[in-house]
Design a protein around this ligand. Sequence first.
Ligand SMILES: *Cc1c(COP(=O)(O)O)cnc(C)c1O
Length: 398
Amino acid sequence: MTTDFSRARALFDLPDGVIYLDGNSLGPLPRGVAERLARTVTDEWGQMLITGWNRAGWMDLPRRVGDRIARLIGAEAGHVVMGDTLSIKVYQALASALELAPGRRVILSDTGNFPSDLYMAEGLCKTLGPDYRLVTVAPHEVEGAIDDSVAVLMLTEVDYRTGRRHDLTALTAKAHAAGALAIWDLAHSAGATDVHVAEGGADFAVGCSYKYLNSGPGGPAFIYVAPRHADTARPALSGWLGHEAPFAFDIDYRPGQGIERMRVGTPPVLQLVALDAALDVWDGVEIADLRARSLELTDAFIAAVEAGCPDLELATPRGHAERGSQVSFRHPEGYAIMQALIARGVIGDFRAPDIIRFGITPLFIGHDDIVQAAAILTEILRGRAWDRPEYKTRAKVT
Ligand SMILES: *Cc1c(COP(=O)(O)O)cnc(C)c1O
């Protein structure tokens, strides 16, 4: 292993007394971000005013930052662009992919997918007409459900609840053999595990930056379009910044070259700057090392929790090939257990109906954190410390 994970950990500003196992929901603050943001606000926005678009290169940020993410997801440089939220990027990818599969009307996904992806697909089907349909099957039934009615296979590589990982390469190959396209949502895999969009043959990929990529709350999403589709995919959200010549202010739309056409409107400059600074933590990190360490840590956490907490049922696959970088357990009192854990400084999260979920983010989580978190969880379960009314009232965001 050539990656120095203690160096990576030192680049994060984590509060004392907290074991943060929620980097899969909102990544923590890397040390360089605040200063870089402050400089952008005062020196660029404050002093350059509108000339910052050219002088500070704001307009190129979506592509420049996209190239840094391309390395993390195994994509070709020049084929990833940032912007909007992930839900929007899902919609864009789906709309373009459906047009590339003329005559077919079915979007195939699984019941473990994140609801927003499914809602976007349903909404798009309604817009396109009564023949279009979203079909969902259980995650392990996806492979058998791919047939020649399918236009687009739309999956999230790592299940947000269970941490189960689909085989991107095998399922993409199966989709292609059936004449369908494959869209992969990398929300829980980019920055968490080894991802191979180009090698795996993905047609489109999307993902968010505020989870494992640490861009901060509300950071923009990314979209990848395979080079073979880059100049043919028609952008459904044809905003001015995806136009071939935005500043010609032409009244007719002409899509820009390649991935540029997936841009929509004005980029969120401050969030992109935060993300650009946050991506510095990846310098010197080998993705193969990240994956090896993630598996070591998730194995250790599963073993320690199972040894101490027989009442918890493991929801995450034991097989390495089927696991992302999170570990989840089921318990009917999962919500209260998580509140009791948070009160003890171990921050994970709860996903309805009964899942407690722990993001194991190798850049800043180490073996000591794993051992300590499992020990605290064991104490809480043995002493029924979760069984108090204040741990059972649900907040708006869970
Ligand atoms: C987190 C997540 C989202 C969230 O989408 P936003 O539009 O950024 O709120 C969507 N899909 C998946 C699979 C996610 O994990």
